[in-house]
Design a protein. Structure first.
Length: 62
């Protein structure tokens, strides 16, 4: 059974920035990439490439 996510509420509304919210944005990007792969919009090669770019973006070596 598939569950869909939805916005339940907004707390402490503020602008999300790369400087302040880098970890959140990285996790969000990872989730989006995985969803795209599971949905068939990215093949395995594309997914791995994007994950490598994500690691580089975080400042980690691939």
């Amino acid at each position: 059974m598939r569950t869909e996510a939805f916005l339940k509420s907004v707390e402490n509304e503020r602008k999300i920035t790369e400087e302040r919210d880098a970890e959140f944005l990285d996790l969000l990007l990872g989730a989006v990439l995985l969803a795209l792969q599971e949905g068939g919009m990215l093949n395995e090669t594309q997914y791995r490439y994007a994950e490598e770019k994500r690691k580089i973006r975080r400042g980690k070596t691939p």
